[in-house]
Write a protein that binds this ligand. Structure first.
Ligand code: SF4
Length: 448
C-alpha cells in the first residue's frame, strides 16, 4: 500500500483474498479521511422518510433539513406528505435560550394547519440540539397527550456515531410506533423490511410474492403509511432486504413478537431466485415453494436472451463497486460475474464483518476490498486496478466522470428500477450503454 492511504485507514483496506475478510469495519470514520458516509441524522432520515403520510420535523438549523430533503426516489401509491420537509430553523437565540418551546409551537402549528391532518410526526433532533440539551422526549410526550396523535422523537445528533447508528434510531422509532399494536391476531403473510420503493422496486417485489401466493402485510418503509405500518406485528415472517438498515429492526421484532426473518436480495438472477425460494421455503407450504421455483425458472428463461445480447460486449471488463451496505455489494459482484465481468474494487459505507467475509469469498485475489472509503482511496484503487465502470451513488458520480470512467447509479436518487427481473434488464443495458459509450474515447483523447 502506498503513502497516499492514511496510516489509520490501512486496517480497513484489504487486497488479498487470504485475509479471510478480516478488515476493520463498523467503526467511526477516521478524522481527516473525508469519508463518503453521511451523518447519524441522515441515516435515520433516509429510513423513515419514505413513510408516505408521515410528517418529519427537523429540530435543528435549516441546513440539516435541506441536506436531507427529498433525497430518495421513493414512490408512493397514496399520500405524498413525505415529499415535504419541516424544520424549527434554530437560530442563535434558540441555542442560547433553548429550542424546546419553538419545537412545541412547530408541532402545534403543523397539527392545526397541515392538510391532511397529521397522524404521525417524527421529530429529528440534530447536532445542536444534542449540544444544548432540549428535552425532546418531554416535548413529544406532551404533544402526543395534547393532540392524540403519535409524535416520535429521533434523537440523532450527527456527532453521536456513524450512519449505522442513525439506522438503529430509525428502527427504534418504528418499534415505538408498532409496539402498542403488538397484540393482534397473526395472519399469513410477510413484511418487507429495508426496501424503500426506489423507482417502484417495492411494487415489483410485492407483485412477485403475490403471484406465488404470499400476501404482503406491511412494507417498511417503502410506500408505507401509518395504517399499514401498525399491521406489521401481525405478519408471520420478516424479509430483510437492506440488512444494514433493517437487520436490527428484524432482531427487535423477533424479540418482541417472536417473528422470524430471512435475508433477501432482489438484485441479479442468482439472488432474486434464491431469495424467492428461501422465502417460500421459510413459510413451510410446499405448493408455494413449487410456484416460486416455477416462477423463477420462467422469468430466468425470459431474461437470458437479454444477458446473451449484452454479454459479448461486457465480458472481461472490470467493475468498481462502492455502495451503502454489504448485501448489495455481494449481489453486484454476482451480477457482474453473470456478465463475465470482474469486480476489481469493492467497498461499502456500512458493511458488517460477516458481509465482508462473503465479499472476500466471492472476489479474485488482488481485488481491493475497503470499508468506509474516501474519494482519494477510490480514485487510487480504481486507477490502479484499471476499472472500466464505477457503480455507486450521487457522491461517487463526479469522481467517475472526472476520471473519464463509466458510471452506474445504484443509490437513492435513481429513477429506474434495478431490482427483480425487470431491474436486471435495466441494469445490464445501463452497464453496456455506459461502458461502451463512444464518449470515453474523446474524454481519454484516443478517438480516431
Ligand atoms: S452532521 Fe449534524 S449539523 Fe450536519 S447535517 Fe448531520 S445532524 Fe445536521
Amino acid at each position: 500500500m502506498t503513502k497516499s492511504v492514511l496510516e489509520e485507514r490501512k486496517a480497513s483496506i484489504s487486497d488479498r483474498r487470504e485475509t479471510g475478510g478480516g478488515i476493520s469495519c463498523e467503526r467511526e470514520s477516521v478524522s481527516g479521511a473525508v469519508s463518503q458516509r453521511a451523518c447519524v441524522y441522515c441515516g435515520a432520515r433516509v429510513v423513515l422518510n419514505p413513510i408516505t403520510d408521515a410528517y418529519h420535523i427537523v429540530h435543528g438549523p435549516i441546513g440539516c433539513a435541506s441536506y436531507t430533503w427529498d433525497i430518495r426516489g421513493s414512490l408512493t401509491s397514496g399520500a405524498d406528505t413525505f415529499r415535504n420537509s419541516f424544520s424549527t430553523d434554530l437560530r442563535e437565540a434558540d441555542v442560547v435560550f433553548g429550542g424546546a418551546k419553538k419545537l412545541a409551537a412547530a408541532i402545534d402549528e403543523l397539527v392545526e394547519s397541515a392538510k391532511p391532518a397529521p397522524k404521525l410526526i417524527f421529530v429529528f433532533a440534530t447536532c445542536i440540539v444534542g449540544v444544548i440539551g432540549d428535552d425532546v422526549d418531554a416535548v413529544c410526550r406532551a404533544a402526543e397527550a395534547k393532540h392524540g396523535i403519535r409524535v416520535i422523537p429521533v434523537k440523532a445528533p450527527g456527532f453521536s456515531g456513524t450512519k449505522s447508528l442513525g439506522y438503529r434510531m430509525a428502527c427504534d422509532a418504528i418499534m415505538a410506533l408498532v409496539l402498542p399494536h403488538a397484540n393482534q391476531s397473526k395472519r399469513f403473510g410477510v413484511n418487507i423490511l429495508g426496501d424503500f420503493n426506489l423507482a417502484g422496486e417495492m411494487w415489483i417485489i410485492k407483485g412477485y410474492l403475490e403471484q406465488i401466493g404470499i400476501p404482503v402485510v406491511s412494507t417498511i418503509t417503502g410506500d408505507s403509511s401509518y395504517k399499514k405500518l401498525i399491521l406489521a406485528p401481525s405478519a408471520s415472517l420478516n424479509l430483510v432486504q437492506c440488512a444494514g438498515s433493517s437487520a436490527y429492526l428484524a432482531e427487535r421484532m423477533e424479540a418482541e413478537f417472536g417473528m422470524p426473518s430471512v435475508r433477501v436480495s432482489f438484485y441479479g438472477i442468482e439472488d432474486t431466485t434464491n431469495s424467492l425460494l428461501r422465502v417460500a421455503d421459510a413459510l413451510g407450504k410446499p405448493e408455494i415453494s413449487e410456484r416460486a421455483r416455477k416462477f423463477a425458472a420462467e422469468r430466468t428463461a425470459q431474461i437470458m436472451p437479454v444477458i446473451a445480447k449484452y454479454k459479448p460486449h461486457l465480458e472481461g471488463k472490470r467493475a468498481a463497486i462502492f455502495v451503502g451496505g454489504g448485501f448489495k455489494a455481494i449481489s453486484l459482484i454476482r451480477q457482474f460475474n453473470e456478465l463475465g465481468m470482474e469486480a476489481v474494487v469493492v467497498g461499502t459505507q456500512t458493511g458488517k464483518k460477516d458481509e465482508y467475509e462473503v465479499i472476500n469469498s466471492l472476489v479474485n485475489s488482488g481485488t481491493v476490498v475497503l470499508d468506509d472509503a474516501n474519494p482519494a482511496e477510490l480514485e487510487k484503487f480504481m486507477t490502479e486496478k484499471k476499472a472500466d465502470i464505477l457503480v455507486g451513488g450521487v457522491k461517487e458520480r463526479p469522481l467517475a466522470y472526472k476520471l473519464g470512467m463509466a458510471f452506474c447509479d445504484h443509490n437513492h436518487e435513481r429513477k429506474h428500477p434495478l431490482a427483480g427481473f425487470e431491474g436486471i434488464e435495466n441494469f445490464v443495458r445501463e452497464i453496456h450503454n455506459s461502458i461502451n459509450s463512444p464518449v470515453w474515447k474523446y474524454v481519454k483523447g484516443d478517438a480516431a
